[in-house]
Design a protein around this ligand. Structure first.
Ligand code: UDP
Length: 322
């Protein structure tokens, strides 16, 4: 299939483009390169254009004879979304509406959407399954939840077939070391702990040491980007086989604390990251862990790269190539 990969120059989009090509599909990357990297587009053409441009969207869908869309392009900093919510509603929500309209006029009826566990907000039960209430606690999560709601109506009214994949904590880099995670600024835990190990003058701040968890630090469900990529391929197969439109959680079902990540980085690199213990970060729940049994049972998806050492080893390998 010819698959339009919006945000295909970004972190999860580029890993999925690689996986698509490895399965015989053609990834056509649609990216304005505002936060992505041109050198991460290696497996198909790049359409350098903006999602806010309906004419370019429709032209790309027609010219490349697109069969399906994987929609990654979005802003993804929770903190930024609390300071500048309009960026998130504009880029993540309004621009997705433009994409849905373009898909409708070009007759593209399959779409896989990058959603997030941030659509759930504070957990009322754990692990979090897909029926958990969705009450986002920041504009980032809300901007993605609005899209899920639009997808439902485009499905019911316009016949769009869609899957929303709700990622937990994406981490790790391409196991072959070809592409990886390059956020500017970097705010994610694993790359920051690795940087702290490599640069003793840059300690890692642990946000919160008084949570009600085994070691007092917050627990997250880290999922390898290569496993996220394989889930997108499964979702595409599912839609192609006539599967019902719906959302799936993507996580391992196993949580790791911030302290466990620090200890594992020490073991993997042989260097002890300098640590600064700080107060909790606003809006961070103590524990976020997925129930991803639906993705396993219905999509036949199993994470294979997501052990904590594998997440850290692949991220470390890529970081040393920079
Ligand atoms: N975290 C931390 N120090 C940092 C960055 C993150 O202690 O410099 C913690 C954060 O509070 C959360 C976990 O690490 O409990 C994962 O955070 P990240 O920003 O990687 O992902 P998020 O859960 O915010 O999507």
């Amino acid at each position: 299939m010819n698959v339009l990969v919006t945000g295909g120059a970004g972190y999860i989009g580029s890993h999925t483009a690689k996986a698509l090509a490895a399965s015989g599909h053609l990834p056509v990357v649609y990216d304005n390169l505002s936060r992505g990297h041109e050198d991460a587009v290696k497996w198909g053409p790049l359409v350098k254009a903006d999602l806010s441009d309906p004419a370019q969207l429709v032209a790309a869908l027609r010219e490349h004879r697109i069969d399906a869309i994987m929609h990654f392009a979005a802003y993804a900093y929770v903190g930024e979304s609390m300071r500048e919510p309009h960026l998130y509603f504009e880029n993540n929500t309004v621009n997705t509406l433009r994409l849905l309209e373009a898909a409708r006029s070009a007759g593209v009826s399959k779409l896989v959407f990058s959603s997030t566990c941030a659509t759930y907000g504070d957990p009322v039960r754990l692990p979090i399954d897909e029926t958990h209430p969705q009450r986002p606690v920041n504009p980032y999560g809300e901007s993605k939840l609005f899209v899920e709601k639009m997808l439902r109506w485009y499905g019911e009214i316009n016949g769009l077939n869609w899957v929303a994949l709700r990622y937990f904590n994406a981490a790790g880099c391409d196991p072959d070391g070809e592409i990886g995670e390059r956020h500017a600024p970097e705010t994610h835990l694993i790359p920051l702990v690795l940087q702290a190990a490599l640069q003793p003058d840059k300690p890692i701040s642990i946000f919160g040491t008084d949570y009600e968890t085994a070691d007092g630090t917050a627990v997250r469900d880290y999922i390898h980007v290569a496993d996220l990529a394989s889930a997108h391929l499964r979702a595409l197969d599912y839609l192609s086989a006539g599967g019902t439109s719906r959302a799936f959680n993507l996580g391992t079902g196993q949580g790791h604390s911030v302290q466990e990540v620090v200890d594992c980085v020490h073991r993997v690199t042989g260097m002890a990251p300098a640590v600064r213990r700080e107060g909790r970060r606003a809006g961070d729940p103590a524990v976020l862990v997925a129930d991803a049994s639906q993705a396993r049972d219905i999509l036949g998806w199993t994470p294979v790269h997501s052990s904590l050492p594998s997440l850290i080893e692949t991220a470390y390998r890529f970081m040393r190539t920079l």
